[in-house]
Design a protein around this ligand. Structure first.
Ligand code: ADP
Length: 307
């Protein structure tokens, strides 16, 4: 938040903002999942003029061992603003702000990722802001959620975030740089869409209790719009994968001539053992293939080809 300037007209009398948006409108948002081939999961996001890229690695064994948690994995988020992401060159490297943002995003995911499935493990989320125009912590979280889903990390739900705030004494949604610099309040809010829980809430500036309620309602509605973009990205990503598998014949019916032979074999073998190789080995929402069967997570690239 910059220094509020009440003389600047950021929202006109008709409730229209400098970039033509209504007070309840978010900036256009597009997301693409699975854009990096070496990361376990990835996403690229454009939200207004924010541009964000995210790569996820893991789950892997956390080293050094003293940082391991015996009953769960640790989610580590590194938020980085590129030197060329702002109009004044940003000094490269970590600073207090980037550490704070990395921590609040990690805290938001800590409750959503099923970390108990990967004891002693680490899930690394690397977010790079290529271009910044306010709202980058929300953009980073939104992009990271898609990248985590792309990596097949089991989660209780999809998480999104958007800021509400205040300019010229009017409550507005998804502040841009001018509104962030010269407005009166900035209230980023992250939501787990499955449980409805708020997983991130920070505030700069000042709001009356009534304005806070209005901003909260506005952010909840805004989060629903962001979720649509996240779902579209994941559907597009996995539709491509499914189409490729289909083309390769992965879903073809088996040759009818083999059927009697197979039935006879199964009869001799008896019923499938519980938890054995005969059942659905994918284990609920864990698309990576039964985290429980793998034992402690390993390092390295475990996805194999096809990415
Ligand atoms: P958020 O990006 O989540 O809104 P802030 O409110 O801290 O976080 O920052 C608002 C905006 O100010 C950023 O999106 C970015 O455009 C700009 N900004 C932040 N830090 C710097 C910096 N060190 N140098 C230049 N611009 C910055």
């Amino acid at each position: 938040m910059g220094v509020p300037d009440p003389t600047k007209e950021l929202v006109n009398k008709k409730g229209i903002r400098l970039d033509g948006r209504k007070t309840t409108e978010i900036r256009p948002i597009t997301i693409k999942a699975g854009i990096l081939h070496r990361a376990d999961g990835s996403a690229y996001l454009e939200w207004g003029s924010n541009k964000v890229i995210c790569g996820v690695y893991g789950p892997r064994e956390l080293n050094p061992r003293r940082f391991q948690e015996s009953d769960k994995a640790v989610v580590q988020v590194r938020y980085n603003m590129a030197a060329f992401s702002t109009s004044d060159r940003k000094r490269p490297g970590p600073d207090r702000r980037s550490q704070e943002i990395g921590k609040v995003i990690a805290d938001a995911f800590e409750n959503v990722v099923l970390t108990e499935r990967f004891p002693r493990g680490a899930i690394d989320v690397h977010v790079d802001i290529l271009e910044a125009n306010a709202g980058t912590r929300c953009a980073a979280l939104v992009c990271a959620a898609v990248a985590l889903a792309d990596a097949g990390i089991p989660m209780k739900g999809l998480v999104s975030a958007v800021a509400a705030g205040k300019a010229n004494d009017k409550v507005i949604l998804d502040l841009d740089q001018m509104e962030d610099n010269y407005g009166n309040a900035d209230l980023p809010i992250g939501i787990n869409h499955t449980s409805g829980e708020i997983v991130l809430l920070q505030m700069d500036g000042h709001l009356t209790p009534a304005q806070f309620d209005e901003a909260l309602d506005m952010a909840v509605e805004g989060n629903k719009q962001v979720l649509v973009a996240q779902r579209e990205a994941l559907l597009a990503r996995f539709a491509t994968t499914l189409a490729a598998k289909e083309a390769a014949g992965a879903f073809d019916e088996p040759e009818p001539s083999n059927e009697p032979e197979r039935a006879e074999r199964n009869e001799r073998r008896g019923p499938p053992r519980e938890g054995g190789r005969g059942g659905d080995r994918r284990g609920g929402d864990d698309r990576r293939g039964g985290g429980d069967r793998r034992g402690p997570p390993r390092g390295g690239d475990r996805r194999g080809g096809g990415r």
